[in-house]
Design a protein around this ligand. Structure first.
Ligand code: SF4
Ligand code: SF4
Length: 78
């Protein structure tokens, strides 16, 4: 069988902006460098983390790094 590699994302990540305290752990830990701090503040006054929008491998590292319950949800596509 031919092995054409798909570049489709293996998953996606959702960050609950108002639960984020802007600690930056997920940003530092993502092996793909896909997370960054938003320019704006959330309701608690923190620059929350946000997903750049593509490239997630669904590795789950950001989920495990986040100290805020419910702050990050990782969804695996396949
Ligand atoms: S699941 Fe992995 S690749 Fe996707 S944003 Fe989190 S740390 Fe990065
Ligand atoms: S690890 Fe959690 S609390 Fe810290 S910046 Fe990332 S989403 Fe926000």
């Amino acid at each position: 069988m031919s092995s054409t590699e798909s570049k489709a994302d293996r998953g996606t990540v959702a960050i609950e902006a108002d639960l984020c305290k802007g600690c930056g752990l997920c940003i530092a830990m993502c092996p793909q460098g896909l997370l960054s701090r938003a320019d704006e503040l959330n309701r608690r006054g923190y620059r929350f983390a946000e997903y750049l929008g593509a490239g997630c491998t669904a590795c789950g590292i950001c989920f495990h790094a986040c100290p805020e319950p419910g702050g990050i949800t990782v969804t695996r596509f396949r």
